[in-house]
Unconditional design. Structure first.
Length: 457
């Protein structure tokens, strides 16, 4: 269905939400289950659309579709588990409980690098909770949005308008944020984008779910299994050509193992297969755009006059000459450089020695972002310190795996400039609902709480 303007589209989504919330939650889950089955049927075709638009290698594109399928399965089970608490009342013959009700229309703004998975995180949970969604994809991935919308329409029956796609750029995103008919805006993108959109939503006292930038670090301790560590570091730093919010940007390596680790890391980087992302042998495709390449080069050039060693980072003559393939960069630093404190959405890994674990944790945490982190160690004391309140300040803290590759069962998101939002698993579903505290008096008297007396003879 075509809409003439923003108001018509929002009205249609609002009407769809009103009808959908009357459907029992397990029945909503059944429709989402059918959606997941349709995604299974179309998995290979959908992955090709991701590769064509977002330039992700085949296995990552297929993994992203699988993530959407997994979210459908998760949400189907969740549709029978939208639990509220029952609390003991201090008053006789009273019941005190909380109820969870649909919030209405959810505005969902997604980025190019996960053009289907992040939509699925939001839609699968929002829909089984009884909401509709207006999806504004990245202009780089409109085809991905069309493909998922078509898959939804095949199973949705009368509820096709539960998913409406709003194409465009900043102007359309701002319009969603301004609209008081949209109680929740879920936005994934840069920290700058979040800082621009959040005040617009808060000005009307709307809710935001923000998944913004990351400047993620790994700490590599003397007891680490170096072969495992090098694989984990390389995938985290180079996967999706360094264009993940969870990409590893900084590695702090203990001085006792630094030389051995670096030797292994350089050797592993040298084996990377960089080329056409549709070729199943490729491990890295190109950067998303010329501007991304230029941003990467500006940062590497700014390091040129400093006491650092820069390995890689150059443009490669592989694949389509119109694309921007690069050799991932490794930057060895002697101190924390200013460039390390900001996220560059490209495969640049800064590596620095450390002596004491507490100092490494401090350096890890000393950035504005707080999304993902990891430690490689076989010392239980070190791993437990890292996971304690004195350790990582990120929303994701991993032991002996890299910073990327989050599973759907856990809530995904981070702190500080990452935005504080949580999507996917655990109790992230509550974001898409409104809480109602209900008290039921089933007695014949009207006792007041806290012993208050009123109109007593």
């Amino acid at each position: 269905m075509e809409f003439n303007n923003h108001d018509e589209l929002v009205a249609a989504s609002k009407n769809a939400a009103k009808k959908w919330r009357l459907v029992p939650a397990p029945q909503r889950g059944e429709v989402v289950r059918q959606f997941g089955n349709e995604l299974r049927i179309q998995k290979a075709a959908l992955a090709k659309v991701i590769t064509a638009e977002s330039k992700k290698i085949v296995t990552e594109a297929e993994g992203e579709v699988q993530e959407a399928i997994d979210m459908c399965d998760f949400a189907t089970g969740l549709s029978r588990q939208l639990y509220g608490l029952t609390m003991p009342s201090e008053r006789p013959d009273h019941r005190l409980q909380e109820l969870w009700q649909p919030i209405g229309v959810v505005g969902c703004i997604t980025a190019f690098n996960f053009p289907m998975a992040v939509f699925a995180w939001n839609f699968c949970l929002a829909s089984v909770c009884g909401n509709s969604i207006i999806w504004k994809p990245s202009p780089h991935s409109n085809g991905c949005a069309d493909a998922l919308k078509n898959a939804w329409d095949k199973v949705a029956g009368e509820h096709k308008d539960l998913v409406l796609v709003l194409k465009g750029g900043n102007e359309e995103a701002v319009a969603l944020c301004k609209d008081s008919n949209i109680p929740l805006i879920s936005a994934t993108g840069s920290t700058q984008m979040g800082k621009e959109l959040a005040p617009i939503v808060s000005a009307r006292l709307g809710r935001t779910l923000l998944e913004l930038g990351g400047n993620n670090a790994a700490i590599i301790c003397p007891t680490a299994d170096l072969d495992l560590t090098v694989k984990g570091v390389t995938f985290s730093a180079c996967g999706t050509t360094g264009q993940r919010c969870t990409t590893l940007r900084r590695a702090f390596v203990h001085e006792d193992i630094y030389e051995e680790f670096m030797q292994k890391l350089h050797a592993y980087y040298a084996t990377l297969k960089i080329g056409d992302p549709s070729d199943k042998s490729s491990q890295l495709g190109p950067l998303i755009s010329k501007s991304s390449y230029e941003d990467m080069q500006k940062v590497l050039e700014s390091l040129g006059d400093k006491d650092v060693k820069v390995h890689g980072g150059q443009r490669l003559d592989v694949g389509d000459p119109q694309e921007f393939y690069v050799m991932p960069a490794i930057v060895e630093v002697l101190k924390v450089e200013d460039e390390m404190l900001n996220e560059t959405f490209a495969p640049i890994l800064y590596v620095k020695k450390f002596t004491e674990l507490n100092n490494a944790i401090q350096m890890q945490n000393n950035v504005k972002q707080g999304l993902s982190s990891s430690i490689f160690t076989n010392d239980m004391r070190e791993s437990e310190l890292f996971l304690s309140s004195e350790g990582s300040d990120c929303g994701i803290a991993n032991v002996n795996i890299g910073t990327s590759g989050a599973e759907i069962g856990g809530a995904f998101g981070g702190e500080k400039d990452t935005g504080g939002g949580r999507e996917s698993g655990s109790d992230a579903w509550k974001t898409y609902m409104r809480r109602v505290t209900a008290t039921v008096n089933y007695g014949k008297e009207l006792p007041l709480a806290q012993g208050v007396e009123f109109d007593e003879s």
